[in-house]
Design a protein around this ligand. Structure first.
Ligand SMILES: Nc1ncnc2c1ncn2[C@@H]1O[C@H](COP(=O)(O)OP(=O)(O)O)[C@@H](O)[C@H]1O
Ligand SMILES: C=C(OP(=O)(O)O)C(=O)O
Length: 576
């Protein structure tokens, strides 16, 4: 029996995938183990393409080989890459770029690093990239355009010189966040002490500090609980005047400059995109960033407004909504539908809502994004203790493992890399924990059903079957994508093997860096598909990403498939 799977549009919509049910039901079913037998489409050996390698082994659904994970970071052990290659019998390849993050066993979950004073130099950007950073996040609540410009230029410089690694750039808007003002030095607040917040500008004394939001006085009431930095300190509102709010400190601590303020259970009555945000968004357009992370989104309208603006200026930038506001929860479905992905911004979320809701919402948002084919990032406090300590708490390690198991595309570091003492160690811990956790996720499963969309589009169906085939055979997947659509789609089906996504557009390559399981590769395409496939497989082999004799599943589909005049949608198995 020939196992070459090469089809034209004759694959029918299968009865595998129930398309009814609520979004919640569908998202719940995503993480369930498979309940039906694996099937594979086979041709009768009509290999029309002479370069297709045929194979004659029996197809068995099999689990991916157990992955051996080396629990040390390459900085600790420079021989790690050699060791990883040796483990799998891969010959050493030219690695002049020094990319330790090219492990034979690729981490699928992507690491987002906030860049700040600890990491905004060329040396640190390079080291972060080599340690495993996939996305550089710029938090527009801090710094100015000149400092962010410098980071953008450095990331682009890194990308331009890197042979086999690429870093995406995410601009995170400040949004309508409420913050205390600048202080000449930190103030100690003791429980029971009186403390005042004022809407007057420029106040910073031992018992009163400015707030950056004029309606603060109108939004809070006596009896409200004010949280500083998501609950690190808390103050009870006692009374208010026209311009100030008098509080009693409940949980004290050290108040520093520009700290987050939330009122438990309330969202500020501010527009999600402020004037400053529009200015920062324009800065992002001018610099061709890859993603916006939009703070405090409460409804889909704001996403539409931003997308319309981007369209009007011809900017191809994806929009990730930050779910961090109490008001966003009832509108989750419509907000995520309008966006390209979501971030579980646990800091503000856990301040506006009871903290015990956060893990439940995290799971719900991840499931919802996965059921809708959207990217999802888990953020905040993932390795918080590593801001000051060189090793994480065990609870933090478990937190990373949970986000990986729940199927997040990205896991994010904030203060750990922005202003922490151990930014590289934090990335390495994240890398190692994610890799180790991924190794325990059973391979060879049926891909998740992306519900209604699967029924309607040829490309969804091909992504589904390509995933099923690569899982069954235990192969990587190779896809050619000009817009990134097919690479992203395959990622949502979470194949066990790596998705090598070849694109002839550097910006698409950069964007794909966020997506779970995708290894984005820039390569010029030629008119002849066969020559392009060959070039791609040669490149993978030369880089040590696949070895001679290894099989890969190659899928060609998408809304506007490449080389459509010569072939329609198809899935093939090829031997390298
Ligand atoms: N670009 C920057 N410039 C200066 N400091 C920064 C920058 N980005 C982040 N930081 C520092 O790192 C901390 C953690 O980053 P992040 O979680 O993104 O910020 P926040 O929680 O304040 O919104 C910030 O509170 C700030 O002290
Ligand atoms: C990621 C978050 O937002 P920011 O760091 O911008 O406050 C959060 O609140 O968890």
């Amino acid at each position: 029996m020939a196992q070459i799977v090469s089809t034209t549009r004759s694959i029918q919509s299968t009865p595998f995938c129930p398309t009814s049910g609520s979004a919640n039901e569908r998202s719940r079913s995503l993480l369930k183990p498979p309940t039906f037998a694996s099937k594979v489409l086979s041709s009768n050996g009509n290999n029309k393409c002479p370069q297709l390698a045929s194979r004659t082994c029996k197809i068995n659904a099999r689990k991916s080989a157990p992955v051996e994970v080396i629990p040390v970071s390459p900085e600790d052990d420079p021989k790690i890459e050699e060791h990883l290659l040796h483990l799998r019998g891969v010959p050493q390849v030219d690695n002049s770029a020094g990319m330790w993050s090219k492990p034979t066993f690729r981490r699928k979950t992507k690491i987002v690093c906030t860049i700040g004073p600890s990491t905004n130099t060329k040396e640190m950007i390079w080291k972060l990239a080599e340690a495993g950073m996939n996305v550089a996040r710029l938090n527009m609540s801090h710094g100015d355009h000149a400092s962010h410009q410098k980071v953008i230029d450095l990331v682009k410089e890194y990308n331009a010189q890197s042979k086999d690694n690429v870093i995406a750039i995410m601009l995170d808007t400040k949004g309508p966040e409420v913050r205390s003002g600048d202080l000449p030095q930190p103030i100690m607040l003791a429980p029971g002490q009186e403390f005042t917040f004022t809407i007057q500008r420029g106040v910073g004394t031992a018992d009163c500090v400015s707030v950056n939001y004029d309606d603060f006085v109108n939004d809070v009431e006596a009896g409200d609980m004010l949280l500083v930095d998501g609950g690190m300190m808390s103050l009870m509102v006692k009374s208010k005047t026209e311009d100030s709010v008098k509080c009693e400190v409940v949980d004290g601590g050290e108040l520093k400059s520009r700290r987050h303020l939330n009122v438990r259970g309330k969202s500020a009555t501010l527009p999600s995109i402020t004037e400053k945000d529009w200015d920062d968004i324009k800065f992002g357009v001018d610099n061709q960033v890859d993603f916006y992370a939009v703070s405090f989104v409460k409804s889909a309208e704001v996403v539409h407004e931003l997308k319309n603006y981007l369209k009007s200026c011809g900017a191809d930038i994806h929009v990730i909504v930050k779910i961090e506001s109490a008001d966003s929860i009832p509108n989750l479905h419509s907000i995520i539908t309008a966006s390209d992905g979501a971030m579980v911004a646990r800091g503000d979320l856990g301040a506006e809502l009871p903290i015990e809701e956060v893990p439940l919402l995290q799971e719900e948002i991840i499931n919802l994004c996965r059921s809708m084919g959207k990217a999802v990032i888990v953020a905040t406090n993932m390795l918080e203790s590593m801001i000051v300590h060189p090793t994480p708490t065990r609870a933090e390690v478990s937190d990373i493992a949970i986000a990986v198991r729940e199927g997040s595309d990205g896991i994010m570091l904030s203060g750990e890399t922005a202003h922490g003492k151990y930014p590289l160690k934090a990335v390495k811990v994240m890398h190692t924990v994610a890799l180790r956790t991924e190794a325990t996720i059973p391979g060879g499963q049926m891909p998740p059903n992306i519900g209604q969309v699967f029924k309607n589009h040829m490309s969804e169906m091909f992504a589904y079957h390509a995933t099923m085939m690569s899982n069954t055979l235990g192969t990587s997947t190779v896809v050619f994508t000009r817009t990134g659509f097919m690479g992203i789609l395959l990622s949502h089906y979470r194949p066990s093997g790596t998705i090598f996504a070849f694109t002839d557009d550097k910006r698409v390559q950069q964007r794909l860096a966020l997506y779970q399981g995708v290894c984005p590769i820039y390569m010029e395409f030629c008119d002849d598909p066969e020559a392009t496939f060959r070039r791609a497989l040669d490149l993978l082999q030369n880089q040590g990403m696949v070895i001679e004799g290894e099989e890969v599943a190659l899928v060609q589909s998408g809304r506007q498939p490449i080389w459509r005049s010569q072939s329609t949608h198809n899935i093939q198995v090829r031997k390298v």
